[in-house]
Design a protein around this ligand. Structure first.
Ligand code: DCS
Length: 288
């Protein structure tokens, strides 16, 4: 049987031996941050961007990551190698560490806890080809959605409601303004232009979102970071969501409203092809 290796506070251990202290602030308060990094063909995709965001989230939360960037990179590579990861993710989280339960930060120097592990995840090819459905819901999250915090309760409630109704994603809105999905960024195509919420405190500035913007700019596809309303979403020519694991995912129906022709639209399909091209380039995937 394959024994999976995980990283826990300075040590590589078997998954079954990785035990977290009950007074870890990540466990008690969700007081920490995380990243989900995609691996294709045994190569890490957009590693630098994920690492940069990890350190930025830490800074915003006043957490000191007790490792240098190159140490974290070598942890990622060692886990991938030991676990023979070909297509999947590396999950990494940093919590404020272990201290007696109290809301304010520990007064004494407590080292942050770092946990990392790998998981095989295939590309969601069927869904990317056919599109998925979504539901709308009010965005009830806090006002620092730019931090990739472990505390995901608002996101979880939204996703659970979507899943229980058979939808792939919940697209959230604050009043009339669409913000983002529960675990993805949201985009519409209106008059041939791709629109997405600006990277403010109200959304997570997704790495996939950034790659999509770059690809659109490089290929002369109009792309604007501008808010759009629920009505604009429902009357959009195309809708797609994007994340590390969902890539460019067409949304063909929102609640009971069919979007466009009810199939992935041409701009979404073009972005998907460009995104796949980028993966092949960066991760040396064989072109078939
Ligand atoms: N918005 C939210 C709320 C997210 O949780 C995510 C990704 C994104 C946007 C898209 O960001 P990336 O393009 O950087 O992935 N959430 C990760 C997660 O929790 N699982 O997979 C991706």
């Amino acid at each position: 049987m394959c024994v999976e290796t995980v990283f826990l506070n300075g040590e590589y251990v078997k998954r079954s031996d990785a035990k977290v202290d009950i007074e870890d602030r990540g466990y008690q308060f969700g007081d920490g941050i995380y990243e989900v990094i995609r691996v294709y063909n045994g190569e890490v995709f957009t590693m630098d961007e994920h690492m940069e965001r990890l350190y930025q989230s830490a800074e915003k939360m006043k957490i000191t990551i007790p490792y240098e960037l190159k140490e974290i990179s070598s942890i990622v590579f060692k886990l991938m190698k030991d676990n023979h990861l070909k297509d999947g993710i590396v999950y990494m989280q940093v919590s404020r560490g272990i201290s007696q339960r109290q809301h304010h930060f520990p007064a004494e120097e407590v080292p942050a806890s770092l946990v990392a592990y790998t998981k095989e995840v295939p590309r969601p090819e069927k869904q990317m080809k056919e599109g998925v459905t979504a539901m709308l819901c009010e965005d009830i999250r806090w006002l620092r959605c730019d931090i990739k915090s472990l505390n995901l309760l608002g996101n979880l409630l939204a996703k659970e409601e979507a899943a229980s109704r058979g939808h792939f994603e919940a697209i959230q809105h604050r009043g009339e303004t669409v913000t983002e999905g529960s675990s993805s960024n949201a985009f519409i195509v209106k008059d041939g232009t791709i629109l997405t919420h600006p990277a403010t405190n109200l959304i997570l500035n997704g790495i996939t979102r950034r790659v999509i913007k770059e690809l659109a700019d490089q290929n002369g596809m109009p792309f604007v970071e501008k808010t759009f309303t629920v009505d604009e979403l429902l009357s959009a020519e195309e809708i797609f969501i994007a994340s590390t694991t969902s890539e460019v995912m067409p949304v063909v129906k929102v609640d009971d409203v069919t979007i466009g022709q009810g199939v992935p639209g041409p701009i979404t399909s073009k972005l998907q092809a460009l995104f796949t091209g980028r993966i092949k380039e960066d991760c040396k995937v064989q072109v078939v």
